[in-house]
Each structure stands twice: as C-alpha cells, then as structure tokens.
Design a protein around this ligand. Structure first.
Ligand code: GRF
Length: 191
C-alpha cells in the first residue's frame, strides 16, 4: 500500500514531530513526513528534522504581507509534494482560509487538554488553576474555530500533584502515542 504523505507544522520543541517521525521510521504507521513547516526559524524542531532527514521549510510570517500570502506559498509546496494530511504539532498560529479550503478535513491538531475544555495556548496551566484532576490530550480535525473541530482521539491521566513540569511530561507522553493512533485512523479512514 502506498505510504501516506504527511506534512507536520510546528513552532517549538517538536517532540510530537519526533514521535511521528519515529513511528514512520519503524513502521508503526505506513506514512512518511515529506515536509516539516516551521514558522519560527531557529526552533528546536528544525534540528530534530535534520536528524531524521526530513525536508524542512522555516519562514518568518512577518516577512509576508498577509496570512493568505504565506499560506498560498505553503499550499503550493504541499501540493507539489502530494501531501495527504497536515498534522499540526505545536504550531502556534491560526490556520487560515487558504489552507482550510484546500485541505478540508485533512488538517489535524493535537491539544494538551480534554477538549472542549481548556482551549487556547495555556491549556495545562488553566486546567491546574481550575482544580482539574483528570488531564489529557485530544486530537481533532481543524476548522476555523480555535481548538474546535471534530474530536478524533483522546487520552487521559489522573494527576493530583502540583508539579507542572511533571504533569506536562505525563501529558506529552500521552500525546506521542495518541498522534500515532490518530494518523493510523486517518490512513485507514476510520474516524
Ligand atoms: C503540545 O503539548 C501540543 O499539544 C501543543 O503544543 C505542544 C507541542 O509540543 N499544541 P512539542 O513541540 O511537540 O514538543
């Protein structure tokens, strides 16, 4: 069966990129990452991409006149590489109309909370402050709403401590296996 062609979009550390790249390399998913897109030149994820030999494209959005302008360029790059799915993995930027319309139902995201609770950039901190005891992560299709879109998979962990770093690590561990599970669902069209 033909390998599914993925693009991963990331802005930071890239541990989720790495989890996907490892699963592609060891055959847990029948896919390959054909492009890593990063909106933060210098982000650690670019170093990780080098290690795996993934082609990367780093850009500074401020150098483009609009979101439409850089997304039009990205769409061309994705089309040229025959990308089947875009996996957002810590991409700290709103996806606009250009990509949403061209890749409708083919963009997925991972978020460090049990959606629809705790949307936004500080999900773990917000959940702790709310007194949450069951934490987790969610994969979902991306639409024009923030962290909205239909849920694909969720994983949970009970945590009653107060060490944010420890909790963040627990949630990251959930994320890494969750994304692999979700990509398998996308490949098998079982979602
Ligand atoms: C993850 O917690 C993900 O859920 C969120 O951003 C973080 C990215 O982490 N969207 P990493 O860069 O993959 O390590």
């Amino acid at each position: 069966m033909k390998k599914c062609r993925l693009a991963v979009f990331a802005s930071g550390s890239g541990s989720n990129y790495q989890a996907i790249a490892e699963a592609c390399a060891d055959g847990r998913i029948n896919a390959e990452i054909v492009l890593l897109v990063c909106d933060k030149p210098g982000a650690r994820v670019l170093e990780r991409a080098k290690v795996f030999g993934t082609e990367s494209f780093a850009f500074n959005p401020k150098e483009y006149e609009s979101r439409e302008a850089y997304e039009t360029l990205l769409a061309t790059m994705l089309d040229e590489r025959g990308v089947d799915y875009i996996c957002l993995a810590g991409y700290m930027r709103i996806v606009g109309k250009v990509l949403l319309s061209r890749y409708e139902q083919r963009i997925v995201n991972i978020h460090p909370s049990l959606l629809p609770s705790f949307k936004g950039a500080h999900a773990i901190q917000d959940a702790v402050e709310y007194g949450v005891k069951i934490f987790g992560a969610t994969t979902h299709f991306v639409d024009e709403t923030l962290d909205g879109g239909r849920i694909i998979d969720q994983g949970a962990v009970v945590y009653e401590g107060n060490d944010i770093e420890e909790l963040t690590n627990l949630i990251h561990n959930i994320e890494h296996s969750l994304y692999v599970k979700t990509i398998n669902k996308l490949i098998n069209k079982k979602f």
